[in-house]
Each structure stands twice: as structure tokens, then as C-alpha cells.
Design a protein around this ligand. Sequence first.
Ligand code: APR
Length: 249
Amino acid sequence: MNDLIAKAAEMLAKTRHVIALTGAGISVESGIPPFRGPGGLWEKFDPMEVGHIRTFMKDPARVWNTLMAEMRGVLKKAVPNSAHTSLARLEELSILKTVITQNIDGLHQKAGNTDVIEFHGNFAWLTCMDCGNRKETISVNMDVLPPRCECGGIFRPDCVFFGEAIPEEALIRSREEARACEVMLVVGTSAIVQPAAFMPMIAHQSGAKIIEINPEPTPLTESVSTFIIQKRAGEALTAIMAEIEKRAG
Ligand code: APR
């Protein structure tokens, strides 16, 4: 396995346009459960129920008291792990340009990455569905759910529910970056939710190398990925960074 760490380090060290596509798996070591697989959120909740905009519009209290309550609990305590800080270091070294993340936890920005495309929005901000007033989630009283704006309207999180479109700007920029990059790191995603999972295919079709980091293979592994490092993100990215720093001497 170490030869794949060395191979990834060599590829990244000599490239000046690397981007990353990340999923819930990169935040697992920060204590945030993934959606799928053992202990995943979708084992507890039905995504097509409490994760769908239709349910939120019909019964916001139900979504706020279930999925949102669970997410608030874990997001409040979560801090970046060594996988996030490794990607921030790659940006410092001018190797990594952009992170396209499916996560709504804001941990890439907290780790120090400055160009983060939030494909599914984020949970850090709420918007009033009546007056459009935006407030930081941490500043809103959540003793009574659903949280309400001063105008009496109900707040919704700025994340993208199932049944909603990906923010246009995020989609356009992600496609551009996928087309332009030389290497795409694909970290901690099951690669089954579109259109995010299409980004590695765009990069591959544009001639980029795809390095997958995931303990499990995904639908990309055989068809799109140049190779997969079957380790947890923190372990793999820390080892790759150590190798790059050693070479930089
Ligand atoms: N390091 C790296 N990968 C990991 C780790 C880890 N420590 N732990 C788990 N994984 C991998 C799993 O093997 C799995 O492939 O992370 C992936 C998590 O998959 P999902 O839970 O499906 O997360 P994601 O791919 O981000 O889901 C995409 O689906 O439900 C929607 O909006 C939600 O953004 C989410 C989207």
C-alpha cells in the first residue's frame, strides 16, 4: 500500500492544478457520521422523507426535530481532522487549488482552504422563508423548533435538500474545475449521488488522473479512478503529505 502513497505524493508534488472532491467520509474522523454504510444517518432516517424539501415545506418542525437536530448535535462539536488539514496544507503549497465538497459542515474552511465549492450548501447559515433574512445558525435560538425569524417566519438551513437543484454557481464552477484540473483527489464519497459523482468523470474525460481515497471501492474505482488508496482519509492524506514534505526537503 505504501507504494500507492508514494505514487500519489509524486503525482501531486509535480502538479500545479489539483482539485479535490470530498464527501461525508472525510469528516467521519471528526465525529460526523456518514450518510450511507454502518452507522450512517440514512440508517436512522429516511432521506426521501426527512431529507426532502417536500417534507420540509409541509412540516418544517418534523425535519427540524429529527434530521436537523441530529446534524446540529454533531456539527456543533466537530473540528477539522488531519485529512482536512492535509488538504489545507496542499493549498498552502500551491498544489491544490479548489475543494468541491458535498459536505455541509464547513470543516474545509475551518481547516484553512480558501476556495471551497459547497455543492450541497452549508448548515452554517439559515434563511427566513418569509422575509429572506439570513442569520448564522449558531446565533439563532433553537430552544423552540422550528426556529423563527423576528418577523415570525420559519428559518430553513442553507443546505440543499433532496428535490432541490444544486446552486447554479457551484455546478458551473465545479464543471470548469473538473475540466481544467490535472489531478482530482476523490476523498470519502460513495460516488452515487449525482451530479456531484459526475465531476470525476468530467475530469477523467478531460485527461486528468483520479486518485481515490476510501476504505471501500466505489462505482468510480474500476471505471474512472487511476487508483484507489483503501485507507481512511486521515491516515492516507497524512502519509501523502509527509512524503511530499520529505521530497520538498
Ligand atoms: N475516510 C475516507 N472515507 C471514508 C471514511 C474515512 N474515515 N469512512 C467512511 N468513508 C467512505 C465510505 O466508504 C463511503 O464511500 O465515505 C463514503 C461516505 O459515503 P456517503 O455517506 O454516501 O457520503 P457522500 O458520498 O458524501 O454522500 C453524498 O448524499 O445523502 C446525500 O447530501 C448527502 O452529500 C451527501 C450525498
